[in-house]
Design a protein around this ligand. Structure first.
Ligand code: PLP
Length: 453
């Protein structure tokens, strides 16, 4: 039975019992607005009032296949009809999923854990990388991450996360979550930490890893942990030279490259994995979101032969969680991967994404408050600023655009401080993308002219 609340019942539960992720209850009550969706079909969601919206968020960049995919839903039902839960790993669906992930990931990423969420996958990747050096009798302990990257909410994951506005918002201060993690400048050309311009910069942000390694001593570093496209900072994609240079620096100094493909993986950027754009194979790759198109919570960590070799005859360092290798989650992922691969949806992401980006750039040229258009494939984002000269983040303007889009039937969201991801499901057509752009363009123009009054 599907739960349905009356408006009064819903507000009572929100006021008295419900802690919404990311929103103070008082804010929601004051706004008297909390949309609830009851159905999803393809790229559309329907709310309690029967209004349809284009889901330009893919629900936190997860729903790669769109909503209501019958093959995935049937696979979950069939699995649950046969077997609900069993000790982790003692079911064929999760064993098969490890094999399927190994087949689809690039290079020799042949060894796979199945977990629950992106944060969990990143914790596993770090445990694995640290233990890899211990097994080889080494003392390496430092992790290098990027400013503006996001890796999750658990202890190691939040230590690596460095979206500036989030750094102190987890009930812990910056010092207490350092955990052996150091951050270097990100490949964020619009706000280059060195004040340089691409390509004459020579990709200083990649060279920063080499400088850091030589200063701290490469024998102390476990891994560089990169987010291929800085998703929570507005879909900021790196220059094409960046990851090949990073791979080379890791190899020269002998530490590992870990790539967090939690948001970018499974077709979002126009390749099955973002690292394929640059022909770079990491030593460890983490995945979640699109692996099951979010029909159930599933994550994976895949690693290569070099890492695996350090564990021959020894258990891997990670115990997993109660629901690691969960049968229904694995069944959902197997079906989602089949749909993605058979329909070659990353190609649609590349094609429609290029068209969408072109239109967003046109909108950006005509607007004083669109500072930059970022991204690759259907992992796009608009950076909203108070004006192009100052580049000051336009937090209030971005919030106003999101509200106007919602009123006009397009769901978007604001990322800290002022970017709007444009990340619809990978099944979107060029016509639907045009409609999405028309709505965004109207919302931006209205917000801009209201700001001038
Ligand atoms: C790049 C990246 N890594 C890790 C995470 C954390 O994933 P989860 O929220 O499933 O724990 C996210 C979540 O948005 C993410 O975008």
């Amino acid at each position: 039975m599907v739960v349905k609340l009356s408006t009064e019942q819903r507000w009572k539960a929100i006021e008295e019992n419900c802690c919404m992720p990311g929103y103070p209850t008082q804010y929601i009550l004051k706004r008297k607005h909390w949309p609830v969706y009851v159905e999803g079909h393809g790229i559309y969601l329907t709310d309690t009032e029967g209004r349809d919206y284009i889901d330009a968020t893919s629900g936190f960049m997860c729903c790669t296949l769109g909503h209501g995919n019958k093959r995935v839903i049937e696979a979950i039902k069939e699995q649950l009809d046969k077997l609900d839960y069993v000790l982790p790993g003692h079911n064929d669906a999760s064993i098969k999923l490890c094999q399927r992930v190994a087949e689809v990931t690039p290079g020799d990423l042949n060894h796979v854990f199945i977990g629950l969420c992106g944060s969990d996958a990143n914790e596993e990747a770090l445990s694995l990388a640290r233990q890899y050096f211990k097994n080889r009798g080494k003392q390496n302990s430092i992790i290098v991450s990027q400013w503006h990257s996001y890796h999750g909410q658990t202890l190691d994951a939040v230590s690596m996360t460095a979206v500036p506005q989030m750094k102190t918002t987890h009930g812990r201060d910056v010092a207490s979550i350092n955990n052996g993690v150091y951050h270097i400048a990100a490949p964020y050309c619009y706000r280059c930490d060195y004040g340089l311009e691409y390509p004459s910069c020579g990709i200083q942000c990649a060279k920063a890893l080499d400088v850091f390694a030589r200063n701290v001593g490469p024998e102390n570093i476990v891994a560089f942990f990169g987010e291929p496209v800085l998703g929570s900072s507005g879909s900021v994609s790196p220059p094409p030279e960046y990851y090949p240079m990073i791979r080379q620096i890791c190899d020269e100094h002998g530490f590992l490259l870990i790539m967090d493909e939690v948001m970018t993986g499974w077709g979002r950027t126009g390749e099955v994995f973002a690292c394929n754009h640059w022909n770079v194979v990491p030593d460890i790759m983490t995945m979640a979101k699109g692996i099951s198109s979010a029909y159930l919570p599933v994550a994976a960590v895949a690693f290569g032969e070099r890492v695996n070799d350090a564990f021959r005859g020894q258990a891997f360092p990670y115990q997993g969680h109660t629901h690691s290798m969960y049968p229904a989650g694995a069944a959902a992922s197997l079906a989602a991967i089949d749909v993605l691969m058979e329909e070659r949806l990353w190609e649609n992401a590349a094609k429609v994404g290029a068209h969408l980006k072109g239109r967003l750039e046109e909108i950006g040229k005509q607007s004083e408050i669109v500072g930059a258009v970022h991204g690759l494939g259907l992992h796009l984002g608009l950076e909203i600023v108070e004006d192009k000269q100052s580049k000051k983040p336009g937090r209030r303007l971005a919030a106003a655009i999101v509200t106007k889009c919602e009123e006009k039937g397009v769901l978007t969201m604001r990322e800290e401080p002022s970017s709007i991801p444009v990340v619809p499901p990978l099944i979107i057509t060029a016509e639907e993308a045009d409609h999405l752009c028309d709505v965004l363009s109207e919302a931006i123009k209205e917000t801009e002219s209201a700001g001038r009054k």
